[in-house]
Design a protein around this ligand. Structure first.
Ligand SMILES: [Zn+2]
Length: 275
């Protein structure tokens, strides 16, 4: 049977591709699997030059979007992936921001409208494996655009019936605990910040952990490509050991599997390679 193995990863903003999925995008591309990144918004609600925040005087949303899409292309080049698809929706901003009310904001687009566009991309690429966030937008993150990305992906997976396996990105609570311990050992002052018990993905929901340690450097380079948002990327301020911990494995929750694959996986394409 001659078919092209294909991975489709759906993210909300430029820069979201790096941390939770940069390793699988780099690794599977290198293995000869076709990889498709779908980014739903243009990131208009990011920082402008000089750290000017959205809503502050001088914040130019169009210029921010243009810069962030250029950064996204650079990030994608570091990861080496084959196909970048932009849905081009307007960034809704964090929950409670004025930008939430914009009629064109991604979170205000009817799910079926945006899902139909994603479904068309699934028809085109025929991905066996699809990855996006869980219903909280990823380990409890809650950003309206991440929740919307989840909704449209679930709808497109259901309406097309194309993917054989469907995953949510996961941030295992055990890994979060370990990372914070490392920070403390390095004497990093976390102030009053301790992750609450419900931060991250419950460990029992994590069914796949992929070793991407050979790709840590490329993930870091991809993340650094998003230079204009550097102030918001806390991982840059972490000691190298904690960065290695945070970057070397990517975790997933499998929510659909139509093929024969083990319950606990180290490869998202398990069960698909010999078909
Ligand atoms: Zn995001």
């Amino acid at each position: 049977m001659d078919r092209q193995l294909t991975l489709m990863v759906v993210h909300a903003h430029p820069d979201d591709e790096c941390l939770s999925t940069g390793g699988i995008l780099a690794r599977y591309t290198e293995e000869g699997i076709r990889t498709v990144l779908v980014t739903c918004t243009n990131g208009e609600q990011g920082d402008d030059q000089g750290g000017v925040k959205p809503g502050e005087a001088g914040h130019d949303a169009a210029a921010v979007a243009e810069r962030r899409l250029a950064e996204l292309r650079e990030s994608v080049a570091h990861l080496g992936l084959d196909h970048l698809e932009l849905l081009g929706y307007r960034d809704s901003g964090m929950e409670g921001w004025d930008a939430n009310a914009h009629p064109d904001a991604f979170a205000n687009v009817p799910v079926e409208t945006a899902a139909a566009r994603l479904a068309a991309l699934m028809e085109h690429y025929r991905p066996q494996v699809v990855v996006t966030y869980d219903e909280t937008g990823g380990g409890g993150y809650g950003h309206p655009d991440h929740v919307q990305a989840h909704r449209i992906t679930v709808a497109a997976v259901e309406s097309t019936g194309i993917p054989d396996k469907f995953y949510y990105t996961a941030i295992p609570r055990a890994a979060i605990k370990q990372m914070f311990e490392t920070m403390r050992e390095h004497g990093i002052d976390l102030g009053d910040f301790t992750p609450s018990d419900d931060f991250g993905t419950p460990d029992e929901r994590v069914s796949g952990i992929v070793d991407v340690s050979p790709y840590v450097e490329r993930k870091l380079k991809a993340l650094q490509a998003h230079e204009s948002q550097g102030e918001n990327i806390f991982l840059f301020r972490m000691p190298e050991e904690a960065q290695q911990q945070a970057f070397s494995h990517e975790a997933f929750e499998r929510v659909l599997c139509k093929v024969d694959a083990p319950d606990r996986e180290e490869d998202l394409f398990a069960g698909l390679r010999d078909a």
